[in-house]
Design a protein around this ligand. Structure first.
Ligand code: PBG
Length: 342
């Protein structure tokens, strides 16, 4: 039947008419990237005067808080509205106390960024894994990550970030009930207007490899499969998202992004909450490695991948490529703006 319909419409109908020129293609584009939708991850380290490149993530650096002002101003000047902070503390312990230390690395980082670029939206990753000696995302009792004991520490961590000036908190631990626990703690302390961006569908993924090396946060025993999601599951992702929404999440997240486009699309279909997609470290490293070998065109690949996230239904994109995208979009806009330059 479909075949007959096509025969009946051709040659009247020709798709190629609207693909003829760059201006036509531009007009008919269904999805576009906007720098205003990007969130740039930043890793804050202890120490002074540090801007150290992450080996497996060329172009990504650890910054000590005294080097953050210049970085924050640059990010702001490029039109990127938000950053997502991670911390590398000077010491780790069983209970991840560095995560909720008022003088902790992230807390100091927030202050430095807010002083340099007051209107930059500072989102903080709320988790214990960078701060615990065992590298797990929660408190370990008898060799297991103890869900309910962890909730209290996560709530404390979120509150300490907001006390330091964070604009949004983003729990990434995958404990059950963390959104409710954090919402209650913030509300009890007068922070009812601070949003929660929940890592709702976060999978136990090999794509976090370069980040764990960068953040020194790989688990010292076992893995994260008893709390992060099993990659083959999508219906379970919808239940996770629903649960986080019921607990008070304002923005929900799917992570990683590229291998989970169907999850983004299914969440988009079912819920009207804003969706963030996290284009994670492994996705970044793969593109960089391919480009460095001259095997793929980095800029085109990056734009194609990130546009795909949007097309799947993401509203916000967290990516280490945010600055590259900002530059590329600006160049594109200027190309057409100046028009008859040549
Ligand atoms: C902390 C956290 C991780 C990432 C973000 N928050 C690592 C993990 O869960 O192991 C991954 C970020 C990336 O790979 O870019 N729980």
């Amino acid at each position: 039947m479909i075949k007959e319909a096509v025969q009946a419409t051709f040659p009247k109908m020709r798709f190629r008419r609207l693909r003829r020129t760059e201006q036509l293609r531009r007009m008919l584009r269904e999805t576009s990237l906007d720098v205003g939708d990007f969130i740039y991850p930043l890793i804050v380290t202890h120490g002074h005067g540090i801007k150290r490149e992450v080996e497996s993530m060329p172009g990504v650096f650890h910054f000590s808080s005294d080097r953050l002002a210049a970085e924050a101003k640059e990010i702001r000047s490029m039109g990127i509205p938000a950053v997502l902070l991670f911390g590398l503390p000077p010491a780790k312990d069983e209970l991840g106390t560095g995560a909720y230390d008022p003088q902790g690395v992230v807390q100091e980082g927030i202050e430095a960024i807010k002083a340099a670029a007051p209107d930059l939206v500072v989102i903080t990753d709320v988790c214990l894994c960078e701060y615990t000696s065992h590298g797990h995302c929660g408190v370990v009792t008898k060799g297991q990550v103890d869900n309910d004991k962890t909730l209290e520490l996560l709530a404390k961590t979120a509150l300490s970030h907001v006390d330091a000036g964070a604009s949004i908190v983003a729990p990434s631990d995958m404990m059950d009930g963390r959104v409710a626990a954090i919402r209650a703690e913030l509300d009890n302390n007068g922070f009812e207007s601070i949003p929660i961006m929940a890592y709702s569908a976060k999978y136990a993924s090999a794509f976090y490899g370069p980040f764990r090396e960068a953040a020194d946060s790989a688990p010292q025993f076992g893995d994260r499969r008893a709390y992060q999601m099993d990659p083959p599951n999508v219906r379970e992702a919808l239940r996770e998202v629903e649960q986080d929404i019921l607990e008070g999440a304002d923005i929900i997240m799917v992570k990683p992004a590229l291998a989970y486009l169907d999850v983004i699309a299914r969440v988009r279909e079912r819920f009207d909450h804003p969706i963030a997609a996290y284009n994670v470290s492994g996705e970044y490293a793969i593109v960089k490695a391919g480009a460095r070998n001259g095997w793929v065109d980095e800029e085109r690949i990056v734009m194609e991948i990130l546009t795909g996230l949007k097309r799947a239904g993401a509203d916000l994109i967290i990516t280490y490529f945010a600055k590259d995208v900002a530059r590329c979009l600006r160049r594109e806009a200027e190309k057409f703006y100046l028009g008859d330059e040549e």
